[in-house]
Design a protein around this ligand. Structure first.
Ligand code: GLU
Length: 619
């Protein structure tokens, strides 16, 4: 076998710099097991017998694409039976599951890898024993003819993230001595599982077993299996999630030859070994492990490789059946309008309506990864209280919605729509992966809306409530100064005097009426339309409608702290600050009244802000 001399590498000697705990753990495995000398190098394929028994390499690839390497992780060796899962996945995707599943079973045989026994239908028990793997190679040959091997080699390369080559000597050696596998091939042809020329099919199989890989390659290939078929290093979707999940299933039940049951019981990580000394282990959604050490136990599994897998599984408690999830941890806040209205200042009659119907808008803020369990829990929280008319799901802190969760969530929206409840989503863009997770299931749901900002969702729902109970949202209505809370308590004469100091102004939607950067020169009383107050960093802090004042903070502060922009066309009375001050000074009672009103408005805002904070920090 041609060994790349430079490849023993760095790993053994250059362990410098800061290390992560996982790398230290892998190094400890290397130190602990490098002294393990039990087992024998496979020599039934003569060329394999030449392998250096001292070689030991470990590599672990994470699903975010980081690859750890220790020892001889870059020494090439032949993939052998570790090719079987990948070629099975390839057959599923190339010929379709129906065709493949008709030819090859998925039951464990409990037999050694080279068993000649077939199942009751005279088909291979599963694709992890030689009979099933030869049948897979036959299926690929059926579809690709003379190009079959290259097709397989390239697919294996996509799993590894690099072009792979073949060890000619091992191939020639196995081809010269592989009569037992030929016997299996003829048996399969006899039962109609292999339809092409047996020698041509066996040639594909022997070549695929002789593909050269390193422990690093195997780790990346295993991590691709763990990552629903997306190579975490290259980002390529190598195979479909269907093919990958079925491949991991047969690895679970039959990957470790006649040790498979014991293996999944003790280690609990789907794995496949090869007589070349490699072991591939793939823990779904977590990691891929590749190890290389040529000495094998009596089942044909690498002795040191098994020890590494056992240590990894037990040290970090990674057994795949040993998992839990907290169904309740995704709800960070659950409240209604009463506890957190929108930032839009409402006129008194609207406030009264919203206060009376605060239960009608429920807001549920979610976070993290939404799983099947989380969403079911959310559904039960919804069902536990009287049904509101609007439920806002704030998803801005949601990183991922799993597929099962996406489906369950969409079923929930459908259920709500049937009762005329509108579901409103905030914090996700239509182009985001989070939206994609639900988009597939939400088609045709009428009562589903989305806005980028939570405040926009709340404001929209409030408008619906106001409209529903008062019949109109009077954003165009003209208001009188007497409706201004800031001017409450002023006499008609005082209001007329004040009005005469100002000028009526009209602004188009989108105009900046007040710029934070400019000195405060006037105060505004909004007569009609809507404006919003925006901090210099772009955050909208309030939406104001007819009857409100803005720029009033200048009565307390010498600087502007926010911009004010027209949302809709606006009519406002602009009163120069200097004139307003003079007006106050000339009428001390009025001046005191206005400052009292201002204090009241600020106190109200503070109460709202405090409630919002407590809603978010309560649970
Ligand atoms: N090429 C080997 C054979 O068919 C693969 C066996 C294995 O790795 O288990 O004998």
């Amino acid at each position: 076998m041609n060994i790349l001399p430079s490849a023993t590498v760095h790993h053994a000697n250059h362990w410098t710099g800061s290390k992560t705990p996982l790398l230290r753990f892998l190094e400890r495995c290397y130190q602990d097991f490098v002294t393990e000398n039990a087992g024998n190098v496979a020599d039934y394929i003569p060329e394999l017998g030449k392998a250096d028994p001292a070689r030991f390499g470990i590599s672990l690839a994470t699903i975010d694409g980081h690859v750890y390497e220790v020892g001889d992780s870059r020494i090439p060796f032949t993939i052998q039976s570790m090719s079987k899962p990948f070629v099975f996945a390839l057959a599923l995707d190339t010929l379709g599951a129906e065709r493949v599943e008709r030819a090859i079973g998925v039951e464990p045989s409990g037999d050694p890898f080279n068993s000649i026994r077939l199942n009751a239908e005279n088909h291979p028990f599963n694709p992890m024993v030689n009979a099933g793997a030869i049948a897979c190679s036959g299926l690929i040959h059926e579809s690709k003819g003379a190009g079959a091997f290259d097709y397989i080699r390239q697919a294996l390369g996509r799993f590894a993230g690099r072009e792979l080559s073949m060890d000619e000597a091992v191939y020639a050696s196995e081809s010269a001595t592989g009569d037992r596998n030929r016997a299996i091939g003829y048996l399969l042809r006899n039962s109609g599982v292999v339809t092409d020329d047996v020698n041509a099919v066996l040639d594909v199989y022997f070549r695929q077993c002789s593909v050269l890989v390193t422990a690093r390659d195997i780790a990346v290939m295993a991590a691709t299996l763990a990552n629903r078929g997306i190579n975490p290093v290259t980002g390529e979707q190598v195979m479909t999630p269907y093919a990958i999940s079925r491949t991991l299933s047969v690895m679970t039940s039959s990957g470790m030859y006649d040790y498979a049951g014991e293996w999944i019981y003790r280690v609990g990580i789907p794995a496949k070994s090869g007589v070349g000394g490699g072991i591939l282990a793939s823990l779904p959604a977590r990691l891929g492990l590749g190890s290389y050490s040529p000495k094998l136990d009596k089942h044909g599994n690498s002795v040191r490789g098994i020890k590494v897998c056992e240590a990894l599984s037990s040290h970090y408690d990674l057994h795949m059946m040993n998992r839990n999830d907290n169904a309740r941890n995704s709800i960070i806040a659950d409240y209604d309008l009463g506890q957190s209205p929108s930032r839009r200042s409402r006129r008194p009659h609207e406030q009264r309506l919203l206060a009376a119907h605060h239960h009608d808008v429920r807001i549920i803020e979610l976070m993290g990864t939404l799983t099947f369990a989380n969403i079911d829990y959310v559904s039960r929280q919804i069902a536990a209280k009287p049904r509101p008319s609007f439920i806002i799901f704030d998803l801005r802190r949601v990183a991922v919605i799993t597929r099962p969760a996406g489906r369950l969530l969409a079923e929930g929206f459908r259920e709500l729509a049937a009762f005329n409840v509108t579901a409103i989503l905030s914090g996700i863009e239509r182009s985001s992966p989070t939206w994609q997770a639900i988009a597939e299931w939400t088609e045709g749901i009428s009562n589903l809306r989305n806005f980028r900002l939570l405040d926009d969702c709340i404001e929209w729902a409030e408008d619906q409530i106001v409209y529903r109970y008062s019949g109109a949202i009077d954003s165009h209505a003209m208001t009188e100064l007497s409706e201004q809370p800031l001017l409450a308590g002023l006499s008609a004469q005082e209001l007329t005097d004040l009005a005469s100091l100002g000028t009526i102004r009209n602004y188009e939607a989108g105009t900046t009426i007040i710029a934070a950067s400019e000195p405060p020169l006037s105060l505004f009383f909004l007569k009609s339309g809507i404006v919003h107050v925006r901090l210099p960093n772009g955050v909208r802090i309030a939406t104001l409608t007819a009857g409100m004042a803005f720029g009033e903070m200048a009565l307390l502060e010498a600087h502007r702290s926010a911009d004010v922009l027209a949302d809709k066309s606006v009519t406002a009375l602009e009163v120069p600050l200097a004139d307003f001050q003079r007006f106050r000074e000339q009428r001390p009672r009025v001046g005191e009244r206005i400052m009292h009103n201002l204090a009241q408005l600020l106190a109200d805002r503070l109460i709202v802000a405090n409630t919002k904070v407590s809603v978010l920090t309560a649970s």
